[in-house]
Design a protein around this ligand. Structure first.
Ligand SMILES: *[C@@H]1O[C@H](CO)[C@@H](O)[C@H](O)[C@H]1NC(C)=O
Ligand SMILES: *[C@@H]1O[C@H](CO)[C@@H](O)[C@H](O)[C@H]1NC(C)=O
Ligand SMILES: *[C@@H]1O[C@H](CO)[C@@H](O)[C@H](O)[C@H]1NC(C)=O
Length: 188
């Protein structure tokens, strides 16, 4: 049988279409490092680095008892491996999400997370009841958007490592979670 290239391509596209897949590209999000590999385990770290836009659940399923980090906080990326950017109260930060495949809807939001307690500070900076937005037009407001740094953070995010802006997407039917974190601090 002659290989049908179009057929193969269709299968490849359909296969990716089943999965969601996304990662924040701007600002540069938290990434891997030696603390990450040590705490989350080599299996998790290698799997997740093989696809930075991939879902957390896949890596968790593979890692088993090697996983000694909270994979659902910033995808397991660690404070010690990353540095924080200073933002000013009221500063508008542009975000760009690389939405590689997103045919299955879910919810998404962007929040400031207290990294020690894994609690959200204040309300979400952005939220989408349905994500991706199936009616979005270019430039898409679900993948090109901004968030405003609140003016009332006080000392909550006063030094690097206390807070991150976390982009969060949960794809309901796939039961898959995607996260990217941006480390920042705001001087009180
Ligand atoms: C963000 O969305 C997730 C999934 O729907 C939800 O669990 C979480 O509470 C939301 N966070 C905020 C701040 O709304
Ligand atoms: C989805 O995109 C459309 C077209 O840009 C826009 O009008 C609508 O407000 C968006 N919905 C959400 C929830 O952002
Ligand atoms: C931030 O996004 C809003 C739409 O949500 C837009 O009206 C505004 O111009 C943007 N601000 C900047 C500084 O890009």
């Amino acid at each position: 049988m002659v290989p049908n290239l179009l057929g193969l391509l269709t299968i490849a596209v359909a296969a990716t279409g089943v999965l969601g897949h996304a990662v924040v590209r701007v600002p540069t999000p938290r990434g891997a490092g030696s603390y990450y590999e040590e705490r989350c385990g080599k299996t998790y770290a290698e799997h997740m680095e093989s696809d930075r836009a991939g879902p957390i659940e896949d890596g968790v399923a593979m890692a088993g008892s090697e996983l000694n980090c909270n994979a659902f906080l910033c995808r397991g990326y660690q404070t010690e491996d990353n540095s924080a950017t200073e933002y000013k109260p009221g500063q508008v930060i542009d975000f760009k999400v690389d939405l590689i495949a997103g045919h299955r809807p879910g919810y998404a939001n962007v929040s400031i997370v207290d990294l020690a307690s894994n609690k959200i500070i204040g309300g979400p900076l952005r939220s989408w009841d349905t994500y991706p937005n199936s009616t979005a037009t270019t430039p898409r407001s679900d993948i090109n958007f901004n968030v405003t740094i609140p003016g009332n953070l006080g000392t909550a995010c006063s030094t690097g490592g206390k807070c991150a802006i976390q982009w969060y997407w949960y794809a309901i039917r796939n039961q898959q979670t995607y996260e990217s974190c941006v480390d920042f601090f705001v001087k009180p």
